[in-house]
Design a protein around this ligand. Structure first.
Ligand SMILES: Nc1ncnc2c1ncn2[C@@H]1O[C@H](COP(=O)(O)OP(=O)(O)OP(=O)(O)O)[C@@H](O)[C@H]1O
Ligand SMILES: [Mg+2]
Length: 231
């Protein structure tokens, strides 16, 4: 088991947001967190990487409880996180953005490998990060995360706000990534994307898991889709 989140409760101040949430990611699996706006997808991801530490519950990463581990240790442990606001250095070149992340942890991912997955980052290597399109910034952000050579990659709504053509490209890249055997946990609002990318999914509502199953089971479950997903 790569990740085993057990019964976590997370708060923002006095506001209780996650209510006994549990989920699992097996080795080499792509797992999607689904649910409408504000149900707690981002909070779940932030709880796992320690930005909003849960008040109770356990988070096991490869058997070790990391619920109290500071965020800054996550890359070293083997978890990389790509937030929904795609944090890159706008004033640095694309190449510099990658060089900063390169070599933090050695493994299969290096500059040449990320250029292979995202050829656009090679073509634009001298451009300022801030001058890239939204899709290119997302790719840069994922490439930076990969240079940390994670065993578990966590993505928060990677396709959000991108043009359909770019979404398709990014989906294909994530499918390629998946074939490398990395484990991926991703939050998605886009049901179609999730069905295409994931092996299993969890559907959240008000900080609780309302459905868990394979993507095929979700695709067949009209009740869950209409109750918790479709607008
Ligand atoms: N920093 C914060 N302080 C207080 N409340 C917050 C904070 N961030 C999120 N919340 C609240 O926590 C709940 C869950 O938010 P969260 O961002 O995890 O949802 P989400 O499923 O990621 O939504 P979205 O689809 O909009 O990204 C919401 O009610 C939100 O208003
Ligand atoms: Mg979110």
């Amino acid at each position: 088991m790569m990740l085993d989140v057990r019964d976590i409760h997370t708060y923002y101040g006095l506001s209780h947001v996650l209510f006994g949430l549990s989920l699992k990611v097996n080795q080499g699996e792509v797992v999607s967190l689904l649910g409408r706006n504000g149900v707690g997808k981002t909070t779940t991801l932030k709880s796992i990487i320690g930005i909003t530490q849960p008040k109770s519950g356990q988070i096991y990463f490869k058997g070790q409880d990391i619920a109290k581990t500071p965020t800054k240790r996550m890359v070293k442990l083997g978890i990389s996180f790509v937030p929904d606001d795609r944090r890159i250095f706008a004033d640095l070149s694309v190449r510099e953005n990658l060089e900063i992340a390169d070599g933090i942890k050695t493994g299969v991912w290096n500059l040449a490998k990320v250029h292979e997955l995202f050829p656009v980052l090679k073509r634009t290597e001298n451009r300022r990060g801030g001058n890239l399109s939204g899709g290119e910034q997302q790719m840069l952000s994922i490439a930076r995360a990969l240079l940390g050579n994670p065993e578990l990659l966590i993505l928060d709504e990677p396709t959000e706000g991108l043009a359909p053509l770019i979404v398709k490209e990014l989906e294909e890249q994530i499918i390629q990534l998946r074939s490398t055997g990395i484990s991926i946990l991703l939050a998605e609002q886009n049901l179609k994307s999730a069905l295409k990318l994931a092996d299993r999914c969890y559907v959240l509502e008000r900080g609780q898991v309302r459905f868990e199953g394979t993507v095929d089971e979700l695709a067949e479950n009209e009740e869950v889709r209409s109750k918790y997903l479709l607008v």
